[in-house]
Unconditional design. Structure first.
Length: 419
C-alpha cells in the first residue's frame, strides 16, 4: 500500500448522503471494509455524520466500492495518504519482536495490565489459545496496543478474546483494528470481545458504538472492581479497614497458623484446597490443576503467593497476585473449611499486601466484584478500605455481525452451567 503524502484543500461545507454514488466494479469484497474506514475519515473532515440503517446499506454494496464526493471540491482521504488528519495504522508484531519489546512498550501506557503482558499470552498458549499481538502507530509512534487470544474452529470460524485490552488511545480501536484482526487471523467468521480495564467515561461510551463495538448480551465477568492503595503505610491501611475487618484480622492471628511467602507453590496442594472450598460453597471448578501448573510455568516470575498452614503443615489457605510494573492484580485465593473457621483469608490477604508494599507496588486491583451475585466476597474486599471503580469493561464485534447472537447464547449457557 503506497504511503505518499498529499495535502487536501480546506472544506467549507459538508455533503449529504446523496453525494455518494456506488460504482460497480470487480474489486474484491474485502476492500469494502477498507473503504468504510476511508469514508468515515472523509465524513469527519467534511463535518457530517455517516448514514445509518438502510441508507448506509445502500451506500456500501457488497460487491463494489463506493466513492464519495465532498463539498467544494474536497476529496476523500485515500488509504495510505496523509492529509490534515493523522492516520493510525495497525501492525502485527511477531513473537520474536514481542519477546524483545512488548512488555516495555506496554508499560508506557496508563491502562496497562498483566492480562496484556507477554507472560499472560504465553500462559494462555499453554492452554490451547494462540496469542496475536498488534500495535497501532501514528506518525511512527505507538498510540495503542492489543494482545488477542485466538481459538480456531472448523470452517474458518474463530473467537478472539482480548483480556485487559486493548490499551492506549480509544480512537485507535476502530475498524482498522478489526480489519487487522480478521486479516492476520485469516478467519472467515470472527467473533471478537475485549475487556478493557480503563476506567469508564461518558466520551468512551459514546465513541465505541460508532466504531462498530457493542455491549454483549452475556458478560463473562464483573465490570466493577476495587482498587487498594497498597503504597500507604501499614498503620494507615489498618485505619482504613472497617471495624469488623480489623477484628477478624486480629482473630486470624490467634490461630497459631504459619503464614509465609510461598516460593514454589504446589499445584496439587492448591487444587485440593480449591476442591474443598468448591464443595463447601457449592461452586463450579475455579481452576484446574492443569491451569494452575500452566500459570506458574509461564507467568511464575510475576506471581507472589502466600500460604497459611496449620501446626501439622497442612495448607488451609493461600492467596496469590500477579505483579506487573508498579501494579498488582488479585489472581488466586482459596480457603479450606478449617481456615474459614479461623479467618485465615484475612491473614493471607494482609501478608500478601504487606509484601507488595515492601516491593514498592502502588496499586492492588482486587479483580472484580459482584455486590449482588457474590455479596460475601464483595464485603470482604470492600472491608479493606479499597475504592470502587467501574471499568469500560466488555465490548464485542463480529463479522458477519449476526454471528454475535449465537456466540452470546453459548456464553450465557456456559455461565448458567457453571453457577
Amino acid at each position: 500500500m503506497r504511503a505518499a503524502a498529499r495535502a487536501l484543500p480546506p472544506v467549507a461545507g459538508a455533503a449529504g448522503p446523496g453525494a455518494l454514488s456506488a460504482v460497480a466494479c470487480r474489486t474484491p469484497a474485502r476492500h469494502r471494509a477498507l473503504w468504510i474506514s476511508v469514508y468515515r475519515r472523509c465524513q469527519y473532515r467534511c463535518g457530517s455524520r455517516p448514514p445509518a440503517g438502510r441508507a448506509r446499506a445502500r451506500m456500501f454494496p457488497l460487491a463494489g466500492v463506493a466513492r464519495r464526493r465532498c463539498a467544494d471540491g474536497a476529496r476523500p482521504l485515500h488509504i495510505g495518504l496523509v492529509g490534515e488528519l493523522p492516520v493510525v495504522t495497525w501492525e502485527q508484531i511477531s513473537d520474536a519482536d514481542a519477546t524483545a519489546s512488548w512488555d516495555r512498550r506496554l508499560l508506557g501506557f496508563d491502562d496497562y495490565s498483566i492480562y496484556q503482558s507477554m507472560a499472560w499470552g504465553e500462559h494462555r498458549r499453554a492452554l490451547g489459545w494462540t496469542p496475536y499481538r498488534w500495535i497501532a502507530l501514528e506518525d511512527g509512534q505507538p498510540v495503542a496496543m492489543a494482545q488477542g487470544l485466538l481459538r480456531r474452529y472448523t470452517g474458518g470460524v474463530g473467537v478472539v478474546w482480548l483480556p485487559g485490552g486493548p490499551v492506549g488511545a480509544i480512537r485507535a480501536w476502530n475498524s482498522a483494528l478489526q480489519n487487522t484482526i480478521r486479516r492476520t487471523s485469516q478467519l472467515n467468521i470472527v467473533y471478537c470481545r475485549f475487556n478493557s480495564l480503563c476506567p469508564v467515561c461518558d466520551a468512551d461510551l459514546r465513541a465505541l458504538p460508532g466504531m462498530r463495538w457493542q455491549r454483549p448480551r452475556s458478560r463473562l465477568g464483573a465490570r466493577d472492581s476495587l482498587l487498594y492503595d497498597v503504597a500507604r503505610e501499614e498503620t494507615v491501611r489498618l485505619d482504613a479497614c472497617s471495624k469488623n475487618w480489623r477484628h477478624n484480622l486480629k482473630r486470624s492471628r490467634k490461630s497459631g497458623y504459619a503464614v509465609a511467602l510461598w516460593d514454589r507453590p504446589n499445584a496439587a496442594e492448591m487444587r485440593a484446597v480449591y476442591a474443598e472450598m468448591e464443595g463447601h460453597k457449592n461452586l463450579a471448578q475455579q481452576h484446574s490443576e492443569q491451569n494452575l501448573r500452566a500459570l506458574y510455568a509461564q507467568a511464575g516470575d510475576h506471581l507472589l503467593t502466600v500460604s497459611c498452614r496449620d501446626a501439622a503443615g497442612t495448607l488451609v489457605a493461600f492467596r496469590a497476585c500477579a505483579v506487573f510494573g508498579t501494579r498488582a492484580w488479585d489472581m488466586l485465593a482459596a480457603t479450606a473449611v478449617a481456615g474459614r473457621k479461623t479467618y485465615a483469608s484475612y491473614a493471607t490477604f494482609w501478608a500478601l499486601t504487606q509484601e507488595c508494599h515492601r516491593r514498592g507496588i502502588g496499586q492492588y486491583d482486587l479483580s472484580g466484584v459482584d455486590p449482588v451475585g457474590n455479596r460475601g466476597v464483595f464485603d470482604f474486599k470492600q472491608g479493606t478500605g479499597a475504592t470502587l471503580v467501574e471499568y469500560l469493561g466488555e465490548w464485542e464485534w463480529a463479522s458477519p455481525s449476526m454471528f454475535a447472537l449465537p456466540a452470546n447464547w453459548l456464553i450465557g449457557k456456559r455461565r448458567l452451567e457453571h453457577q
